[in-house]
Design a protein around this ligand. Sequence first.
Ligand code: NAD
Ligand code: WQD
Length: 346
Amino acid sequence: MSEIKNVLVSGGLGYIGSHTICQLVQHNYNPIIVDNLSNSCLEVLNRLEIINNRKFKFYQLDCTNLEELEIVFKENKIDAIIHFAAYKAVGESVKEPLKYYFNNLISYLNIMMYLEKYKVKNFVFSSSATVYGIPNHVPLFETDPVQKATNPYGSTKIMIEEMLEDYSKVHKDINIAILRYFNPIGAHPSGLIGEQPNGIPNNLMPYITQVAIGKLEKLTIFGNDYPTSDGTCIRDYVHVMDLAEGHVLTLNKFQKENTGLVIYNLGTGKGTSVLELVNAYMQANNIKIPYVFGPRRQGDVVSNYASTKKAETELGFKAKYTIYDCCKDSNHFQQLNPNGFVKINK
Ligand code: NAD
Ligand code: WQD
């Protein structure tokens, strides 16, 4: 219930982190950025400074490095932590489980050691809809059971959720929010920041945007024989600016009350099929996206989307951007940055 000003944002130059920085600034929070650039680049910082017309304190360091991480806490009075820093590629996590367990779990544990040592009272954790596993109904509620993960990436999210629950039981004065993101897409309306995966994208939207600029030839839709209205899988695609705002609303709530541990789904509450998304992209941008149907991708769930009632009631969270806005903004970012984050002058 104390005032929050300085917010340590780990992984703050990544896709969701960078958009959250913009929303934090809009709401008068002061973000302090930590990132090891393992899946981002310094140019994102340059662009954040252009968008927000200010400088940021940035620490290029690895959260798994306990000694280096402490510098951030020694040099700043941290009021809240938003912990994005993690590896997130599901397929890679299956091939390199140790890499994922080490990075995601040690980063988290180190951050928590300093949360305790430096008496930080507010913590927000990036979790994922993946913790729901194979849903037996939609929409998904926060009270639905967490199911055994099908990959090491998902396991790290479940383990950290459990560790937070244990921690919260004995540290009731610490505000902890577990935010379960559904499928973030879209980009900042400026087109200066957005999602820029290394190599061939695994996820649907970055794949579509790269087909749109001719970098990839065509999209393969993984399966059109699912029990859905058009045979393709259904997901809850949420604009990254809406998702980012969810973090600000969480901090706002922390300032008003002692929440203990809370869990919120961040999505739109609406399911969209792969084909619907591809068609929306073509319509919104007046671009043709060549696609073919291929076999199902192993591990895909047929349908998942959020119930956002709890986040709406308790945080005032409601997605404002439509699927068309998402498609426009993703395309805008990709068209402006066909070769990724090339340096631009201030
Ligand atoms: P991202 O890879 O774009 O951002 C993560 C950032 O963390 C990167 O900039 C990376 O360089 C940094 N990082 C990784 N390990 C680090 C370490 N040890 N020390 C310091 N920095 C480190 O990913 P994102 O899409 O922005 O995801 C952010 C968080 O949200 C992750 O925890 C991810 O698991 C979670 N999440 C993402 C999605 C999604 O679809 N994008 C969905 C659900 C949950
Ligand atoms: C969406 C739909 C694919 C690519 C993943 C993680 C999840 C979370 C969000 C972090 C599916 C289809 C995809 C392609 C396709 N991340 N698709 N052709 O699998 O819902 O979720 O990102 O927590 O944990 O698993 O997202 O974008 O990969 O797929 O047809 O080339 O698009 O089969 O139906 P997913 P996605």
